[in-house]
Design a protein around this ligand. Structure first.
Ligand SMILES: Cc1cc2nc3c(=O)[nH]c(=O)nc-3n(C[C@H](O)[C@H](O)[C@H](O)COP(=O)(O)OP(=O)(O)OC[C@H]3O[C@@H](n4cnc5c(N)ncnc54)[C@H](O)[C@@H]3O)c2cc1C
Length: 414
């Protein structure tokens, strides 16, 4: 049975970065540790390749606790020790150049996720880190001060273990939540889990005429007369669902809102009702006998303008010139407050991230388990999830760095 200093469970973003951080931390102390990454899939980093639409938005210049949810406050020290500049610098020293695009989003210079994975794999090799792929850890035992990680008839022993098995989002990439079950016998619990950064379901007939339309908007999630959350960004109309960055950023709150929630889209947030009404009046005059559905064609995508008129007046085919002042006002209000019922989210396979996980109060310094000495945790398995825009991978690197370094330190101190 192979015996390692450190075994990392899960070869995703957090696990790979934890393994490298442990190797580098040990090297700085003049030591070389025997490190293994145990991955369920035939290859490491499957999810990484899908990130950022294949471009991998790997961090964000604004990464800080305020952009995180769940146990964001206890995660703050981990994030402070690994700010975005440090992530960019760390990748540069691994051999990857980054570039910053809109909204502080940082990508590999190549704009290809495969560059990130290739660089991580190249460094695993140069550090002598062994990867065991097709090794789904099914059981963790502790015997004689060692962790025994069992998979089928095989087993790996290690002095320290780092759990980086991810959450439940996008189970087709390998992270189906089995890590939570693995850690339960060691005393760890898990907060309720929900899909986040995911499309929001709505009435199919409401979005059918808009399928494929995209538009920058302000989106608000409303429930019981209250605004639960406001976001800005692109909204996309899909089959039975609303999608796009501003919708993804509302999706976590939909799970908490319960029944009766609605999404209100402001399709022209830069303009007040008065200004819009003036614009619409001019349009109505110019259109004359042409259908009212076209009245917002200079402002909105055609289908969206037509639906706003349909929702406001019920008669988009009526002549534009026949619209009265109250119709014009209703259309202007509808453009600023276009409502869709929020019926829940699409399922785990559509989600980018998991809301919920192992509470940070079950860890101590360096993300070491407070319940099982020698076990460290990092990444999405923990109850920390971020907004859309590079924050979740940033958490994977920051927590992987904390756990990897602390695991190496604990061995070097022996
Ligand atoms: C489509 C998509 C796009 C995304 N885009 C972005 C983006 O651009 N920017 C961003 O910041 N975030 C993005 N995310 C979120 C981000 O990818 C995740 O938050 C991050 O990958 C989590 O890293 P992790 O290592 O904790 O978990 P994972 O990446 O899920 O890795 C966990 C690994 O553990 C393995 N594993 C699970 N159980 C076992 C077991 N029992 N034994 C052995 N191995 C096991 C899995 O196979 C997997 O390889 C995206 C997510 C998706 C799904």
């Amino acid at each position: 049975m192979d015996c390692f200093d450190i075994a990392v469970l899960g070869g995703g973003a957090a696990g790979l970065f934890a393994a490298l951080s442990a190797a580098h931390g040990a090297a700085e102390a003049g030591r070389r540790l025997k490190i293994a990454v145990l991955e369920k899939n035939p290859r490491v980093g499957k999810k990484l390749l899908a990130t950022g639409n294949g471009r991998c938005n790997l961090t964000n210049r604004h990464a800080a606790a305020a952009r995180y949810h769940g146990d964001a406050a206890p995660a703050a020290p981990v994030l402070e020790r690994f700010p975005p500049e440090k992530a960019v610098e760390a990748f540069r020293s691994l051999g990857l150049i980054c570039r910053e695009l809109e909204g502080g989003r940082v990508y590999p210079y190549s704009l290809q996720a495969s560059s990130v994975l290739n660089i991580l794999r190249r460094n695993l090799e140069s550090c002598g880190i062994e990867t065991f792929c097709g090794f789904p850890v099914e059981k963790i035992e502790k015997a004689g001060g060692l962790f025994v990680l069992r998979s089928g008839g095989k087993a790996v022993r290690a002095r320290r273990a780092i759990a980086a098995t991810g959450g439940k989002a996008c189970p087709q990439s390998g992270s189906d939540g089995d890590g939570f079950a693995l850690l339960r016998p060691l005393g760890h619990t898990c907060t309720p889990l929900r899909p986040a950064l995911v499309q929001i379901r709505t009435e199919p007939r409401r979005v059918r005429p808009l399928k494929g339309v995209r538009m920058a908007a302000q989106a608000r999630l409303l429930s019981g007369g209250k605004v639960l959350k406001t976001t800005r960004g692109e909204v996309q109309f899909a089959e039975g669902a609303l999608s796009g960055i501003c919708i993804f950023d509302l999706s976590r709150a939909v799970g908490e809102a319960g029944g009766g929630a609605e999404i209100s889209l402001n399709l022209a947030p830069e303009y007040g009702e008065e200004e819009l009404a003036r614009f619409l009046r001019t349009g109505a005059k110019a259109l004359g006998d042409a259908p009212a559905a076209r009245i917002a064609e200079g402002l909105l995508p055609k289908a969206l303008g037509a639906e706003a008129v349909r929702a406001a007046t019920g008669s988009p085919a009526a002549p534009a010139a026949a619209l009265g002042e109250s119709d014009i006002r209703r259309i202007a209000r509808r453009i600023r407050d276009f409502r869709f019922p929020a019926l829940g989210t699409l399922p785990w396979r559509n989600a980018q991230v998991t809301a919920g996980g192992i509470p940070l109060r079950e860890t101590k310094e360096g993300l070491q388990s407070a319940l099982c000495p020698g076990l460290f945790l990092c990444g999405e398995i923990l109850n920390v999830d971020g907004d859309c825009g590079g924050y979740n991978l940033h958490w994977a690197w920051a927590s992987g760095y904390a756990a990897g370094r602390a695991a190496a330190r604990s061995l070097c101190a022996e």
